[in-house]
Design a protein around this ligand. Structure first.
Ligand SMILES: Cc1cc2nc3c(=O)[nH]c(=O)nc-3n(C[C@H](O)[C@H](O)[C@H](O)COP(=O)(O)OP(=O)(O)OC[C@H]3O[C@@H](n4cnc5c(N)ncnc54)[C@H](O)[C@@H]3O)c2cc1C
Length: 441
């Protein structure tokens, strides 16, 4: 009787141990696979989740709440399917019943550079504020809230002892750089506080939102803006609805936006900053007692630096593939954005899609994109020009150089996706201190 019980107990221990070891191995495999996936895909520039697989119980609560559908379950393990696409909603962290998810910047291998911020969104440079995604927190609502709050700190910074109180009509109280959600909200609060301001953007109003693909569904929270009222709504909205909200802000405040101004340098100090930018008619100088940097973290698209690139049929983002119906289009680049653009164009009826890449394979891109690309090539809907570089862009022609020499390709439009120039060197050049975060909360 006793020995039977002992035998039963021993059998139970063996079963539990075997199952435990099996699950641990599955978790290790999953963890290793996840590490590979994350390494290949790159990390998002702002907060993103990591899952502690030792703690995760596979409740799947996080999977259901992710507005971007980025979490998946396999073999009882939850993993982030496409971390590079995370925009930091953070709903997975809240939904996890066992606190297995935390939101971090970067990873142990890949650091993410963030400006050091003091209270009130002020950088280490007195009178220079940082609002929105540039500070590390993504999301439209966060960007707007921070834009409002940064302006709350301006009068305090200007009242500090020793700040020059110049009486000069050319000197505004705040120069706001970037007219995305953070910059727009900052400008509205300047109107409320009767601060004189200038709002500059290298492109147009709307920031990253303006560059989302046509009709993209965005998950937002409502923000209450003074003078304007409620902006956005909780849940899904289309990009176009958000853009009309931004137009409403501009009319209600009202705001005037200096578009087409790329800020390239900032000199001076609190009380008298000189903001240098490249404008439509050459170099411009804008003077502000304080500066709010609301330039996001997505960077400025890298250019090819070839003759003819300045023409209007050369762009750096695909927003609406349908507009290229009946056109011959060359995409340039080998990363996910270039492939996604080429694949989208290849699916538009009557569009002749080409993709030029200087290497001979697309191993850096997500496997899903590589598969779709291959499918379009096999179907004859997309022509690849591997190991080629663009040498010149003409009105209806592009000169490519490849292993066989120069080739003239009949092309109406060019979409360049060769990466972006991140804001870190610019921030360092103007004295803003940067910290690199390696997977830290
Ligand atoms: C594909 C995608 C999907 C997203 N989905 C969601 C979502 O569903 N919900 C959500 O809440 N958020 C989402 N986000 C994140 C959200 O768009 C950003 O967090 C938000 O736009 C940040 O606002 P911002 O004002 O800080 O920066 P941005 O929107 O990036 O605006 C920065 C502005 O600064 C300008 N600028 C940059 N450098 C200079 C310079 N040197 N001189 C002059 N101007 C300059 C840029 O042209 C830009 O207009 C998404 C982002 C992406 C890319």
């Amino acid at each position: 009787m006793f020995s039977q019980a002992m035998l039963g107990l021993a059998a139970a221990i063996v079963v539990i141990t075997v199952v435990g070891v099996y699950l641990a191995l599955r978790r290790e495999d999953a963890q290793a696979a996840l590490g590979d996936v994350n390494d290949q895909q790159g990390l998002p520039p702002s907060l993103h989740p990591v899952i502690d697989l030792e703690v995760c119980i596979g409740s799947a609560g996080c999977i259901d709440v992710c507005p971007e559908s980025l979490l998946r379950a396999k073999d009882g393990v939850t993993f982030i399917h496409s971390v590079g696409d995370c925009v930091g909603h953070g709903r997975c962290e809240v939904a996890c019943p066992v606190d297995a998810i935390k939101l971090v910047f970067g990873s142990a291998q890949r650091g993410v550079d963030l400006p050091t911020l003091r209270k009130g969104y002020e950088s280490n440079v007195d009178g220079m504020f940082i609002a929105g995604e540039l500070g590390g927190m993504g999301l439209i609502r966060n960007a707007m809230t921070q834009g409002l709050k940064a302006i709350e700190s301006v009068p305090r910074a200007l009242a500090r002892p020793g700040v020059p109180q110049l009486d000069d009509p050319d000197l505004v109280d705040v120069v706001i750089v970037g007219a995305g959600p953070a910059g727009l909200a900052a400008a509205v609060n300047c109107v409320v506080k009767e601060l004189r301001f200038k709002l500059l953007d290298q492109y147009t109003v709307g920031g990253s939102v303006a560059h989302y693909p046509r009709r993209k569904l965005v998950f937002t929270e409502q923000v209450e803006l003074p003078l304007v009222g409620k902006v956005g709504k909780r849940g899904d909205v289309r990009k176009e609805e958000l853009m009309s909200d931004f137009e409403r802000i501009i009319e209600a405040a009202p705001l005037s936006v200096l578009e087409g101004r790329r800020v390239v340098g900032i000199e001076g100090q609190v009380g008298d900053f000189r903001v240098r930018c490249e404008g439509p008619e050459g170099e411009e100088l804008h003077r502000g007692r304080t500066v709010v940097l609301a330039i996001g973290r997505r960077g400025t698209p890298r250019t090819l630096g070839v003759p003819g690139e300045e023409q209007s049929h050369v762009v750096y983002r695909l927003i609406d593939a349908e507009q290229y119906r009946g056109r011959r289009v060359l995409c340039v680049g080998g990363g996910d954005s270039a492939i996604e653009a080429a694949v989208a164009l290849a699916q538009v009826a009557g569009c002749e899609a080409h993709l030029s890449y200087r290497r001979d394979d697309f191993s850096r891109a997500k496997s899903k994109n590589q598969e779709q690309l291959q499918r379009m090539v096999t179907l004859g809907q997309l022509t690849l020009h591997l190991q080629t570089e663009v040498r010149e862009i003409r009105a209806q022609e592009v000169v490519l150089e490849g292993p066989a020499g120069l080739e003239n390709l009949g092309i109406d439009d060019v979409i360049v996706n060769v990466g972006g120039v991140l804001p870190t060197p610019f921030l360092e050049s103007i004295g803003v201190e940067i910290q690199t975060k390696f997977g830290e909360a």
